[in-house]
Design a protein around this ligand. Sequence first.
Ligand code: ADP
Ligand code: MG
Length: 512
Amino acid sequence: MGRAIGIDLGTTYCAVAAVTAVGKAEVLMNREGERITPSVVMFQDGITQVGTLAKRIAPTAPDDVVQFVKRQMGEASWKFQTSHGPSFSAEQVSAIILKRLAEDAELMLGEPIDAAVITVPAYFDDARRQATRDAGNIAGLNVVGIINEPTAAALSFGLDTGFEGRALVFDLGGGTFDVTVMSIHGGEFAVEATEGDRNLGGFNWDNELMSLLNKKAMEAGAPDLFDDDLATAELRDKAETAKRTLSNVAESRIVITAGGQHHTLTVTRDEFERATAHLLRRTETITEMAMEQAGRTWADIDKILLVGGSTRMPMVWDLVETLSGQAPDRTINADEAVALGAAVHAQLLLNNSAPGASALPVIGHHGHTPRVLDVCSQGLGVIILDEDIGAEINSVIISHNTRIPAQQERTYFTVSDNQDSIRLRITEGDDTDVDYVKIIHQHPLEIPRYPAGAPLRVVMSFDVDGIVHVEVFDETQTPTASLGEVELDRPSNLSRDEVDAKVTELNLMDIN
Ligand code: ADP
Ligand code: MG
């Protein structure tokens, strides 16, 4: 029987789930018996340790411990330098975490895993999605798909409750923030709009609380804790605990040891909320943008789902309730829903690829097999010369929040007589200002010499896995002729050979 798992690879915590014999997804515990695993890796004395133990060691050995690596995914220049020599990219560190998660999952299932789906924030761009897939491959997994975290959470919720209607998923985790508006009907889970910030999460709330606590410690006579790596790591750990405490009680007390002295510091929820009000406001702005993009008003929203550990902060509940005029749903498990939805998606994909007796059935939604319809979270376009303003602008071809797979085209005109080439620059982003978009591919293209104003048609498509194809047609010729097709090469991502080499490296490591 084909077994598939869903992995929620979070900035701070991961969860793994699989569809069981009764057709429902369940969370798989790790070898320590925990339902979530901290996304933390420690490299010490040739031993690689993943999870709670590594997280516990972080405050005392910050140089040997790497965490929040999801923030660096797809950034080719970032490396974690271990004290014993080797350095690791974000994909590799993620692969170490994934490998450990998959090993534990196989242990729990008692059989090998045939396929995996890994989740990503809806707002992740193409390079980060590809980096996530690479990490899975480095870990030796057969990555059959990538699913957006809010979509996965809604899928799990919909299957569990049979909910039909329109939901807003507000996902505030450790490092990322996503808002998704989706409609759920007859087994169809259709995303209408998604907005987010891939660098907004509990981590930012921790940073503000750290500054607040440091200020209080200095007022009490302690040295600046940020001047010392070890003191900073300890402060981070204590601030995070204090933050969680403040979700339940109005006041939290922590003890800081610095300069040979103990300082007892008190922080109130009120102080914390004031210090982080600007972060909360940012989630509000993004939520309103998502509603606008979906073309919906709050009256159109039947259900609000809060996902991600940071939604436990009372300020988040209050904000969402004030904005929407309705109480968020309290039944969804903020820590597990994403992994559960990913498991369902993984099993469905595996069943589709190998139908027949080996398929593990998934309990549907009102008798329908669930189907996920997503949108692209970033616009795609090309840079063109705008003759009216005499400057280059970004021309969006597939706009953000278009249902995928998508294919769109636009026709442009050459600007000079006898022009024999164009520089095709493919962009990701929605702004017309070229400074606010990312060029994901450049490619010179030869064109026949024509008088200025020759039409060139650019056809762009975006498939369900987020792969982009671009083809340019010469419209002067009849029939129109293709001038070339572009395969996106992603300079920030790894080649097949590089992935293979890293698989071997990882196999030689002793991961605990
Ligand atoms: P991710 O998926 O990004 O790893 P999670 O959804 O697991 O994130 O959420 C982790 C974040 O939630 C951390 O920043 C953690 O401090 C925060 N968190 C967890 N529980 C609470 C709580 N009770 N109050 C406030 N924040 C919390
Ligand atoms: Mg998460």
